[in-house]
Design a protein around this ligand. Structure first.
Ligand SMILES: CSCCC(=O)C(=O)COP(=O)(O)O
Ligand SMILES: [Zn+2]
Length: 205
């Protein structure tokens, strides 16, 4: 097995684990969500469109270019591939991107306008560089859009102005977050899902 194959196989194992874990948590119901890993300066491994993430295996993952083009025959990449590609092209600090569709992300993204402001939560320390709860993290909320080119360029323009944002919400749709490794991205999903749940409960009380 050459180095490229080994990298792809490692991504398959990592993303399959993430899929099973997220499905058990209810964060990727039905066939929702999509995941990717940067493999090198040109390629990413990304989930096949419409694949149930709780049953993710090698068949549910394909190779695509960082421009968003599929490179594996007979497999259709996630409909949201351009959202992944734009982030990888924007910064080399991102090597894994995870997208979830939890109840709390969906509900909160419809209740709030423009952004979710998170302050004074101890769990914010799950994000790199944050050492105290006395901090504010802003999660932008973009309107949902079926035109992925347009949505990707909206997200990219925001990122250019706010490079520190650890994730974003799409209204009525879900959460995108990322990290330098799959483990970091997974920790960010767990922290953000926890914080979204806290915010929904706080707004309800
Ligand atoms: C049934 S969820 C609707 C599509 C979506 O938002 C999603 O995350 C999954 O799309 P994909 O093409 O990546 O399967
Ligand atoms: Zn989605």
């Amino acid at each position: 097995m050459d180095e490229e194959d080994a990298c792809f196989q490692r991504a398959v194992v990592q993303l399959a684990r993430v899929g099973h874990f997220f499905f058990e948590r209810g964060w990727v119901p039905a066939t929702s969500g999509n995941f990717s890993v940067r493999l090198d300066s040109e390629y990413m491994a990304i989930t096949v469109s419409g694949w149930p993430k709780g049953q993710l295996s090698q068949d549910g993952i394909l190779l695509a270019s960082l421009e968003g083009y599929p490179l594996t025959a007979n497999k259709r990449p996630s409909a949201e591939t351009l959202l992944h590609a734009a982030l990888y092209r924007r910064t080399l600090e991102i090597n894994a991107i995870l997208h979830t569709h939890s109840v709390y992300a969906t509900v909160l993204s419809r209740l709030l306008v423009d952004e979710l402001v998170l302050s004074d939560y101890e769990v914010l320390k799950a994000f790199s560089g944050i050492k105290t709860h006395q901090t504010t993290v802003r999660i932008p909320i973009f309107p949902n859009d079926q035109n992925m080119e347009r949505l990707a360029s909206t997200v990219d323009a925001y990122w250019a102005r706010n490079p520190g944002a650890p994730g974003y919400l799409i209204a009525g749709h879900g959460l995108y977050t990322w990290g330098p490794t799959v483990e970091d991205a997974c920790r960010h999903v767990e922290a953000l899902e926890f914080l979204l749940e806290c915010e929904v409960l706080r707004q309800k009380l």
